[in-house]
Design a binder for this molecule. Sequence first.
Ligand SMILES: [Zn+2]
Length: 380
Amino acid sequence: MEKHICNRCGNSDQRFFGIRNGEIYCRKCLMFQGEKADNSYIPKSCKANMKFKLSKKQEEISLGLIENFKNGKNALLHAVTGAGKTELSYGVIEYALSLKKHVGFALPRVDIVIDLLPRFKQDFKDDKVIGVYGGNHEELEGDIIILTTHQLYRYEGYFDLIILDEIDAFPFKNNPELNYFFRKALIGNYVLMSATATEKDYSIVENDNGKVFLLMERYHHYPLPIPVFIKESSFPKIQILNKLLFYFKKNKPVFIFAPTINTAKNLGLFLHLFFKNGRYVSSESPDRKKIISDFKKGFLKYLVTTSILERGVTVKDLQVIVYLGHYDIYDQATLVQIAGRVGRKINAEKGEVIIYGKRETREIKNAIKFIEDCNKKAGL
Ligand SMILES: [Zn+2]
């Protein structure tokens, strides 16, 4: 039998091909259908109005990314959590737009796109910044397009510059279709950004006409908090309860990560018997936006959550507890992201990351070592 390759998503797994009305179709990319950008919009030159000044090191990298793009090269920016990597891309975005190039800023997860949009709209006040994600794709063209990686299929042969942030995040990571759409959308160069990039990622980019940029220091120059592993007791929930009480006495807000929706719900119900000033929240909670906003405002003092809060959300003086840390879902990258929630704000640069679990897994050890190495590379 003839071997098919889907020209839309690159799928070559024959099991996903079917025949409808005498024509072959691919089931892998069935959901990626819809209007495409028609390339009619000509971007205008833009200028970012940043509220703060870049540090010397940040400035260096920002200029390096511009120079790199000028030379037609790709880039990987490995910046630790809380380094302010979004702003480091503004320079190269401005430069590309000054040449009327098409610029996209892509992220795997829709909630982070929605989080980032107002920030870009504020920083690029005079420019047309649009968001494109599931349920929001009436308008496809603007000066700066912030989109989920799922929407890249609408932009075949379109972008001269794609900033691709959070490359280590689900669902982009290890997803061949999304990677294929990314490649097809790009006609120029990319800047990948990650807080958890490894030597392997470095060499992939270096072998792809790219250069690696490192920013191992947070913008406030304090070291990254190192997670501490504590073996769980026979009553792990009581252990969490005690730790929570300890933080409440110091008036510190707390995230508690649980590995699954069920374990999060159970722990949330248990803790709520004792402390009414917190909630359980997951990707399935219909009121999660309000819960998160109440937490940010300080109305709630703790949240029990699944991985939905591992990225993006920043709260001053936050402390983090990981519950059932031996579960497989906690791989190195996830733990590095989770630990990265702590100590991000000025005047609250320190904090605790406690991982409770039956045993200290290889991933926990690797995450701790990874963070220690980042601090070492930064000379901290
Ligand atoms: Zn396909």
